[in-house]
Design a protein around this ligand. Sequence first.
Ligand code: MG
Length: 330
Amino acid sequence: MPITTPPVYRRPDLPPRVRIWEVGPRDGLQHEPSVVPAAVKAELVTRLVASGLSTVEVTSFVNPSWVPQLADAEEVYSLLEPLLVRADGPRLPALVPNMAGLERATACGVRDVCVFVSATETFARRNLNRSRDEALAMSVPVVAGARAAGMGVRAYASMCFGDPWEGEVAPDDVVSVCTRLLDMGCDQVSLGDTIGVATSGQVIDLLDALARAGIGEDRLAVHFHDTYGQALTNTMTALSNGITTVDASAGGIGGCPFAKGATGNLATEDLCWALAGAGIETGVDLGGLVETSAWMASVLGRPSPSNVVRALGAALAGDARGVDAAEEEA
Ligand code: MG
């Protein structure tokens, strides 16, 4: 009899409930080499919502020539309209880099937007071709406009732990960027380990520095990458230090743009297995989520990098060979 749910051992140091901020359709697909049709993207979002994810980041209103993978943002939202207009429906945020992006999102009826800023100077210049201060200044009218329209506003701070050009990132740099993002009106800042180099002690150190600066855990989320296999450990460490919102990507889709061939985002399924084992409520039906990610992997033409998608997919399919292989891997 294959095990399809983990045995539950509650941990008093972890929160009873965690909000998963699903980023796969946006953060995952923007790093995929192939362009997925709008109808498939809309189906992915719909299936993720059906599996119990209450927040699914859909796409990005960036200049289509920068990210051709997400050039069809309007079409995807029009396909998602039945979900988008439901008063008790899921949150379906989009990334908006500037005022033009905010206008496009507004026209689509989007109710939650996200801005992004680098914690480091070099990445700000490399990624957005402007200084960190210029990028922060550019976010001010976007955040104000979104707030005035009654939207929820999240900020992504990238390179919070390490930067490929600058090396280790000083906590003070992250504190200063987070303070400015929250002061300008963002509800929450997601702390990104864009190159996946952080280890758990560094996570505790940064959260301590943010707390000393008066930034509470309720204003923060974490966004870890699995480049060095640390994403889940770092996430669990953040949860035991007060964080309750976690970013993850269904099936672990999306590579790391700075480490060829490396795994990118933390897989939502791997996270859900760990949370289920700790008795933490997420609202997610793990079996349904695995089915969706297995389907998406077949669309993308390669196996999911998520351990849980591979192991549980085989176990749920009753594939004896698959189960054996999963057990051997474990
Ligand atoms: Mg990511």
